[in-house]
Design a protein. Sequence first.
Length: 117
Amino acid sequence: MIKNILVVEDDVVFCKLLTRFLDKNQYRTHDAQSAKKALSLLEKESYDLAILDYRLPDDNGLHILETIKRDNKVGKVIMITRYGDEEVASKAIELGADAYISKPINPDELLTVIRGL
């Protein structure tokens, strides 16, 4: 069962909205706005789920996904991509992501995906 979620999203406002929404739905969240911060958090704690944005200021979500899968620090992974970016979504699934969601994100869709993992 998913309880502890890492949200990696460089848009600070969207990231905070997402974490607050997840908190209100009984999840415990940590957030990072860069790959460096995400990797630092992953060194300290394991997560049931990571929600990774593809585009980050210092790297991309696929590299974080590769690290997560190599180090086995996260149970499940959802990749966030721009609408129409099927190539990134396909690569994420190939690297071991459990799901992907296109932006703009519908919060109810996100909850449905999380609960289905």
